[in-house]
Design a protein around this ligand. Structure first.
Ligand SMILES: [Zn+2]
Length: 300
């Protein structure tokens, strides 16, 4: 049983995960047309659905573990994601490469995604490209590439002939945590460009995978994107504050700019800080705001 759901027009249903899709759960979107059906990002809560959800196609916004947690519990004919993320669905080692998992925790991370998130390997997974559209009869679902969180991260734009337009934003989740670009396959620059792009995407409803769940109207959505995008600047300022005196990269990572004190995940938190700080430092070095001798960093 899924406790809570919301209908957005004749074809679109949002199945809310536990606590509006708090990690490790998420919000799943189902689109049923007259000739086909899709489920977007089947979350952990799909595993307890009786009878199991049945659709023609499962679409993922990206290949992360929580977005695929329900894939093996849903009945489907095809499984698709943007072509830049498809390798991670076909091989768990490629998922580990997408994360950028350090060698020492490779085995433990593999166990975590397979045992806790039921991540399988799906050799039949298919890649999609920007603009690719699926006609379901009365509703179309179009992939819009929105990279940054992962290189293949995408949003789905759902147009209903006789209903509202809905955008499924995946892990552009608009939470107070802010954008996550801590994987090997993440990019701070791409994430920023993506937020500029998506802010102008007009729709009646926006569905995030975590927490916010459904945002109604473009005005509220654009305001939420602005608050979310401001986190880039806050992290950059946090890094500049750490550089009040010369510091090594490892010292910067020990303090961190992403997780609040005491909230760093034990398994992958350090590598997320490394990847995030590295990208902000590259920018600050290029702009001449920070200098380095190869050992230490400082504000000249
Ligand atoms: Zn994700």
């Amino acid at each position: 049983m899924v406790a809570l759901q919301r209908q957005l027009g004749p074809h679109v249903t949002v199945l809310f995960g536990h606590e509006q899709g708090k990690y490790p759960d998420g919000n799943t979107v189902v689109v049923r047309g007259t000739s086909g059906s899709v489920a977007i990002d089947p979350a952990m809560s799909m595993r307890t659905m009786v009878p199991p959800l049945e659709v023609d196609t499962v679409l993922l916004t990206h290949a992360h573990e929580d977005h695929a947690a329900g894939v093996s519990a849903v009945r489907w004919q095809s499984l698709k994601v943007h072509e830049l993320d498809v390798a991670a669905l076909r091989s768990i080692d490629d998922l580990m490469r997408l994360y950028g998992v350090p060698g020492p925790v490779w085995g433990e991370m593999t166990r975590m995604v397979t045992e806790r998130f039921h991540f399988d390997t799906w050799p039949e997974a298919e890649g999609m490209v920007d603009g690719e559209s699926i006609d379901l009869g009365g509703a179309t679902v179009r992939l819009a590439h929105a990279p940054g969180h992962t290189s293949g991260h995408s949003v789905y734009v759902i147009d209903q002939a006789d209903g509202p337009r809905v955008v499924v934003t995946g892990d552009i989740d608009l939470t107070t945590f802010g954008p996550y670009y801590g994987d090997a396959a993440s990019s701070l620059d791409s994430f920023e460009s993506t937020l500029t792009m998506i802010r102008d995407l007009r729709a009646d409803h926006y569905v995030t995978f975590h927490h916010k769940a459904v945002i109604d109207g473009h005005e509220a959505f654009a305001a939420a994107v602005d608050v979310y995008a401001a986190v880039f600047g806050r992290r950059e300022q946090a890094l500049l504050d750490l550089l009040h005196a010369p510091r090594t990269f490892d010292e910067l990572v020990a303090d961190g700019i992403v997780y609040r004190a005491g909230t760093r995940p034990p398994l992958f938190g350090e590598s997320v800080e490394r990847r995030s700080i590295e990208q902000h430092l590259d920018r600050l070095l290029a702009d001449g705001v920070v200098a380095t001798d190869g050992q230490q960093y400082w504000r000249p």
